[in-house]
Design a protein around this ligand. Structure first.
Ligand SMILES: [Zn+2]
Length: 160
């Protein structure tokens, strides 16, 4: 349920310019998602975050889904992608993967700030499990449409 408390959290997340805020399931409030740093100390670019997550020990920020549905209160990773609509269209954002809790962080705007709360994460070991990529539901729909087209092509190929 979207309460006024939920709206307040969303507003704070959206307005924040010096850190990525995420939901903290323990305190039921917001906490910092530390922006990953390159070895040289530069912040990882928004476009590289998704790939970087595979080789370094971090995941995307937790969206507000656990706040909206406390019974399923587990870490719900937001998707990192280029927004295809809305006021941030064409920009890298972190969004609720299911599009249900309204979580939205303007990653590029925070990335561009002079100071951002960030840290260096450890590299994943070669044998470590890699986290599955978190897709936004809009991407999954695009991907399904693409696959449908592909399977159509394969079908016509096999008749040759
Ligand atoms: Zn969510």
């Amino acid at each position: 349920m979207i309460t006024s408390q939920h709206q307040t959290l969303l507003q704070r997340i959206c307005d924040e310019r010096h850190e990525v805020l995420q939901y903290d399931i323990r305190t039921k409030g917001l906490c910092t998602w530390y922006w990953p740093l390159e070895e040289g100390g530069h912040r990882v670019t928004p476009s590289a975050l998704r790939e970087r997550r595979m080789t370094y020990k971090f995941t995307g920020p937790c969206c507000l889904c656990p706040n909206a549905t406390p019974d399923e209160g587990h870490y719900t990773e937001a998707a990192t992608l280029i927004a295809i609509e809305g006021p941030c269209s064409g920009e890298y954002v972190a969004m609720c993967a299911k599009g249900s809790c309204g979580y939205l962080v303007y990653l590029e705007r925070i990335f561009a700030a002079f100071f951002v709360k960030s840290k260096q994460y450890d590299r994943r070991e070669p044998g470590d499990l890699r986290p599955a990529t978190v897709f936004h539901f809009s991407e999954v729909e695009l991907d399904n449409a693409f696959r449908r087209r592909q399977s159509g092509t394969e079908h016509s190929d096999s008749t040759n």
